[in-house]
Design a protein around this ligand. Structure first.
Ligand code: AMP
Length: 554
C-alpha cells in the first residue's frame, strides 16, 4: 500500500471511521418511517408485498449481526448469499458487513460448478440463500466442505421438509435466537466489507474485495446530482440484482439519502415490473439494457405509459441509442448512461449535459447523452496507446482506458492475477475516446475491437446502428479472419418476432451512417444471441461459433 507524507498538524478533526452500518443507523434515525417494499419469493407469497421501514430494517439487521457473531462468524470471514432483491438480502448487506464479516454476493445464474468454485475460493463460512435456489444449493453443498451452515432466507412456515443440505438453518429462527451486545461494533474503515466476483469471460472468476471506506465513499458520490441524483423524494426500484456489483450501490445510496426502496424479488419480466412500478409509484430505477428492452417492449406494445417513473440509469453494457430514444421520446423517462465495472464498485462515469449544452440542437444533445459520460468525483481517468503513452482528449482518438480512485481495486482477492496495476492505474480493458469536456465514450472492449488493415473498427457503433432498425431486436458484431485485412466485421442479428428483414436491406441501412471500410462484410440472422450471467452478450462464444465463417468476396 502506498504511504503519503504526514502533516505535523494532523489529527485535529474527529477520526470517525466510514462504516457501512452508519448508513443504516442514519436512515433509521432520520428517515425511520420511510418504507421498503419487497416482493417475496416463497411459493404462496409471490403475489403479496412485504412492507416495513428503514427503522425496522436497522433493528433486524443489527440483531442478525449479533446472530452471526453468535454462530462464530469472525471478523473478515465471508458470508455468501444466493438471493434476489428482497428485504432479507438487504438486511444481510448490513448485518454481515456491519458485524465485521464480509458479504459475498454470488450470481445464481452462473453454472453450478462455477458457483461451487467461487464459494470455495472465497472460503464462505455461511451461505444464505432464497428458496428459489434450494435445488442449486442441494447440488453444490457436497462440493463446499468449508461452509459451516446454510441459511434459508425464510420463516419456519416455509422451511422445506427433508432438504438434502447439512446444517440447514432458518433465517427467522437464527434472528430470533440472537443474544449479546445490542450495538453495532466499531472498527477500522479499511476493514473488508464485501466481495464480488467478476463475470470473467475467460479463466476463473476473480474476486474484488471492497472496504467499508470504499463502499461509503462510492455511496456518497453515486448519489450526487450529476450522478444518480437519488434523494428522499424518490422511490427507487433497483432492477439490477443485488448479486450484480451490489446493485450498483443502491442498497447503500438509498438509505444514505432517505429514498424509499422497492425490491422486485424474482419477477423481472415486463408485466411484473410495470405493475410494480405503477402500484408503488417508482420514480427511479437502474438496470442493464437487456432488462430494459423487455420492460420497454411490454409498455410500448400495449400503448401503456408510466405515471411516476422519471429517471433511470442504464449501464453494464452500452445502452443502444434506439432504446434511449424510446425511453426519452415516447415514455418521457430521462436516461442516465452509466459506465463502470466490478473492479470500480462499480460506478465510474455517468452521462448528462453541461449548462451550455442546453442551447444545442436536440440531435447534438442526444449524441452527448449517448456517451458514457463524465467521471464522478473520485474517479480519475486517461486513455493510452499500445505502449502506454497518453492520448489526447479530442473525442476522436480511441485508446485503452485506465482509471484510479478510492473505490477502484488495487488487486484481486487472494492476489489472483498478481500485480494488476500499470503505474498505479487500473487498466479497464475498455477502449474509449474522451472529448475536450471530459465526456468518455466506450467504443469497444479491447478484446472485441475489430482490427481491419491496421485500423480499429468499434463493434459497439455497428451494433447500435443495426439496433436502430425497427426489425432488429438484438445485434452483435464480431471480427472474423480475412486473408487481406486480418479481420472484417460480421454482424449477427436477432430479428424481432414476426418481422422480416434480409441481409441486403440491413446493409443498405448502414449506408451513409459509417465510413465504407466500417461496413459489415456479412450478416447472419440467428434465433438468439448467447447472454452470460449478468445479461451481457457473450461475444467470445460467438467468435468461437463463427470462427470458420466464410465472408462473401468483396
Ligand atoms: P462487469 O464488471 O461485469 O460489470 O463488466 C464491466 C464491463 O462492462 C466494462 O468494462 C465494460 O466493458 C462494460 N460496460 C459497463 N457499462 C458499460 C456501458 N455503459 N457502455 C459500454 N460498456 C459498458
Amino acid at each position: 500500500m502506498q504511504t503519503y507524507p504526514h502533516s505535523p498538524l494532523a489529527g485535529q478533526m474527529m477520526d470517525q471511521p466510514l462504516a457501512i452500518s452508519s448508513i443504516l443507523q442514519f436512515a433509521a434515525r432520520h428517515y425511520g418511517a420511510t418504507e421498503i417494499v419487497s416482493r417475496p419469493v416463497e411459493p404462496g407469497l409471490q403475489d403479496t408485498l412485504h412492507r416495513y421501514t428503514w427503522r425496522d430494517c436497522e433493528r433486524r439487521a443489527r440483531r442478525m449481526a449479533r446472530a452471526l457473531a453468535g454462530r462464530g462468524v469472525a471478523m473478515g470471514e465471508r458470508v455468501g448469499t444466493l438471493a434476489w432483491n428482497g428485504y432479507r438480502h438487504l438486511e444481510l448487506y448490513y448485518a454481515v458487513s456491519g458485524s465485521g464479516a464480509v458479504l459475498h454476493t454470488i450470481n445464481p445464474r452462473l453454472h453450478p460448478e462455477q458457483i461451487a468454485y467461487i464459494v470455495n475460493h472465497a472460503q464462505d463460512r455461511i451461505l444464505c440463500f432464497d428458496i428459489t435456489f434450494l435445488a442449486l444449493v442441494e447440488a453444490i453443498a457436497p462440493h463446499c466442505p468449508e461452509v459451516r451452515a446454510f441459511v434459508l432466507m425464510t420463516d419456519r412456515a416455509h422451511m422445506p421438509d427433508g432438504a438434502a443440505i447439512p446444517n440447514l438453518l432458518c433465517y427467522e429462527d437464527l434472528l430470533d435466537g440472537a443474544t449479546g451486545e445490542d450495538a453495532w461494533p466499531v472498527f477500522d474503515e479499511n476493514a473488508a466489507a464485501a466481495l464480488c466476483y467478476t463475470s470473467g469471460t475467460t479463466g476463473n472468476p476473480k474476486g474484488v474485495l471492497y472496504s467499508h471506506r470504499s463502499t461509503v465513499l462510492h455511496a456518497y458520490a453515486s448519489a450526487l446530482p450529476n450522478v444518480l441524483n437519488v434523494g428522499a423524494l424518490d422511490t427507487v426500484l433497483p432492477v439490477v440484482p443485488m448479486f450484480h456489483v451490489n446493485a450498483w450501490g443502491l442498497p447503500y445510496s438509498a438509505p444514505l439519502t432517505g429514498a424509499r426502496l422497492v425490491l422486485p424479488g424474482a419477477a423481472l419480466d415486463g408485466k411484473s415490473l410495470y405493475d410494480l412500478f405503477e402500484a408503488e409509484g417508482v420514480t427511479f430505477s437502474a438496470g442493464v439494457p437487456t432488462v430494459w428492452r423487455g420492460l420497454v417492449d411490454y409498455v410500448v406494445e400495449r400503448g401503456l405509459r408510466f405515471s411516476t417513473f422519471r429517471r433511470t440509469v442504464i449501464g453494464g453494457a452500452a445502452c443502444p441509442p434506439a432504446l434511449m430514444d424510446t425511453l426519452i421520446d415516447t415514455l418521457g423517462v430521462q436516461v442516465i448512461h452509466g459506465w463502470g465495472m466490478t473492479e470500480m464498485s462499480p460506478l465510474g462515469t455517468t452521462g448528462g449535459l453541461l449548462a451550455r449544452h442546453r442551447t444545442l440542437p436536440a440531435a447534438e444533445q442526444r449524441a452527448l447523452l449517448r456517451k458514457q459520460g463524465h467521471a464522478i468525483f473520485g474517479v480519475d481517468m486517461k486513455i493510452v496507446d499500445d505502449v502506454g503513452a497518453e492520448l489526447p482528449w479530442d473525442g476522436r482518438t480511441a485508446g485503452h482506458l485506465l482509471v484510479r480512485g478510492p473505490w477502484i481495486a488495487a488487486r484481486y482477492f487472494r492476489d489472483e492475477g498478481g500485480d494488476i496495476l500499470q503505474d498505479g492505474w487500473f487498466p479497464t480493458g475498455d477502449v474509449a475516446t474522451i472529448d475536450a469536456d471530459g465526456f468518455m465514450q466506450v467504443t469497444d472492449r479491447s478484446k472485441d475491437v475489430i482490427k481491419s488493415g491496421g485500423e480499429w473498427i468499434g463493434s459497439i457503433d455497428l451494433e447500435n446502428i443495426a439496433m436502430a432498425h425497427p426489425a432488429v431486436l438484438q445485434a452483435a458484431c464480431i471480427g472474423v479472419s480475412h486473408p487481406k485485412w486480418d479481420e472484417r466485421p460480421l454482424l449477427l442479428v436477432q430479428r424481432r418476432p414476426g418481422m422480416a428483414l434480409g441481409r441486403e436491406e440491413l446493409l443498405r441501412f448502414f449506408e451513409g451512417k459509417v465510413a465504407r471500410f466500417w461496413m459489415p462484410d456479412d450478416v447472419v440472422f440467428v434465433e438468439a444471441l448467447p447472454t452470460g450471467a449478468t445479461g451481457k452478450i457473450q461475444k467470445n462464444r460467438l467468435r468461437e461459433q463463427f470462427k470458420a465463417h466464410r465472408l462473401p468476396a468483396a
